[in-house]
Ligand binder design. Structure first.
Ligand SMILES: Cc1ncc(COP(=O)(O)O)c(C=O)c1O
Length: 398
């Protein structure tokens, strides 16, 4: 059944027809189902007009359904989820919402994306807090990473900000022991889930995290411009959103009456959710659940192992992503000797119809292997890299 499902997904993803698209970790591909769901909503708005009862009601129902579906992804309840525009907005909103003072410590890892790191630096600038990057390498064991965090967390620690899968090493990080240590000193743990939503089965109850942000546009293969933020009921009372709109108010009037929402994650929902994008994201998440979260997670790791075996045979290639069963994900990273990693993706796209990206921080080329990718995609990249090595390099990009 699963092999058929991956083929079905391929068949209804037009952008896969002529190229090896292995860049889901940057932005995933729209399938026909997802595009048609958005088209239906556009047609409805076009035919009826945005503020007609039917169009507005459908918009509200779609938003509610979307919140439910995101909650299902997190393993949470709908009132614990806010719709956002991106992972970045979710992570940043939570870090800014916690009261902090001079000398407080914010911990993170050395394999984070700017979306996680920059809000911590912002807090350092505004609140005179301290930001510490604990070293993490691709092949560190979960035990080693957890131990490093557990021993660094102390009474001054207010926030631990972490990716559950690093965008630069592709490694799955051990969240739960870090959350337990953080909670012992009253710190909150904010997860950058840009690389996990739609990629791994998430379970916020099991890990106990305080906040978890994911996007629609990467592994869920939804449109750009939608994301979701989970906030735990325990963390909610300690967090005051910095930016609010009318939906923050439970009750208000123009004579001084005001009571804010407090115990729902919806207090972080800032600005309206475009119904066209919401319709596409609902279809994308349905496609994800119909495919099977565990089946996707198993298949992407299988593809990464296939890539590891194939690239190990290429002279001059070193693998840069996590290779243990504990840490491996669908992100596969490598370096080709003598070829700047930042130049290789442009060459692969121009000469071999391969779409991937470089990650400057680790000086690697990164392939995102989604369940709809296959062995032929990996082979196409491998042959492109072999050719580049044979030819002694690739043109430099400007
Ligand atoms: C780990 C990580 N965090 C955050 C982002 C940014 O995500 P978004 O565009 O949803 O804010 C990305 C990718 O662009 C990422 O890989």
């Amino acid at each position: 059944m699963t092999a058929e499902r991956w083929q079905w997904w391929r068949d209804q993803t037009p952008a896969l027809e002529k190229r090896a698209y292995v860049n889901t970790g940057f932005t995933g591909l729209l399938s026909n189902d997802v595009a048609q769901a958005m088209q239906r909503r556009i047609d409805f708005e076009l035919a009826e007009g945005w503020t007609t009862k039917a169009v507005m009601e459908e918009g509200r129902e779609t938003r509610e359904r979307l919140t439910q579906l995101f909650a299902q992804i997190f393993g949470a309840d709908a009132h614990e989820v806010a719709l956002t525009t991106s992972t970045s907005l979710g992570v940043s909103s939570v870090i800014a919402a916690l009261e902090m003072s001079e000398g407080d410590r914010l911990l993170t890892s050395s394999v984070e994306h700017g979306a996680g790191a920059v809000p911590l630096y912002h807090s350092r600038m505004v609140n005179k807090t301290e930001v510490e990057f604990l070293p993490v390498s691709a092949n560190d064991s979960h035990g080693e990473i957890a131990e490093r965090f557990v021993s660094a967390i102390d009474e001054r620690t207010k926030v631990v900000g972490l990716s559950e899968i690093s965008f630069s090493t592709g490694q799955l990080l051990p969240i739960k022991p870090i959350v337990e240590a953080a909670h012992r000193v009253g710190a909150i743990v904010v997860i950058d889930g840009a690389q996990t939503g739609g990629h791994i089965p998430i379970d916020v109850r099991e890990s106990g995290v305080d906040a978890y942000a994911i996007p629609a546009q990467k592994w869920l293969c939804g449109p750009r411009g939608i994301g979701a933020l989970y906030v735990s009921p325990e963390a909610l009372p300690r967090l005051q959103p910095v930016l609010v709109d009318m939906s923050y108010a439970d009750e208000w009037d123009l004579e001084g009456t005001f009571s804010p929402k407090q115990d729902v994650a919806g207090k972080f929902q800032f600005s309206a959710v475009p119904p066209i994008l919401a319709a596409g994201t609902v279809a994308a998440i349905e496609q994800y659940f119909e495919s099977g979260p565990q089946a996707i997670w198993d298949r992407v790791r299988e593809l990464t192992e296939i890539a590891e075996r194939r690239f190990e045979q290429i002279d001059g290639v070193t693998i840069g992503s996590a290779q243990s069963d504990q840490s491996r994900s669908g992100l596969f990273c490598f370096r080709a000797e003598g070829i700047p990693s930042t130049d290789l993706p442009a060459y692969l796209q121009a000469e071999h119809d391969v779409v991937c990206r470089a990650v400057r921080q680790e000086d690697v080329v990164r392939l995102s292997l989604h369940a709809f990718n296959n062995e032929a995609d990996i082979e196409r990249v491998a042959q492109g890299v072999e050719q580049a090595l044979r030819e002694g390099g690739v043109p430099a990009i400007d």
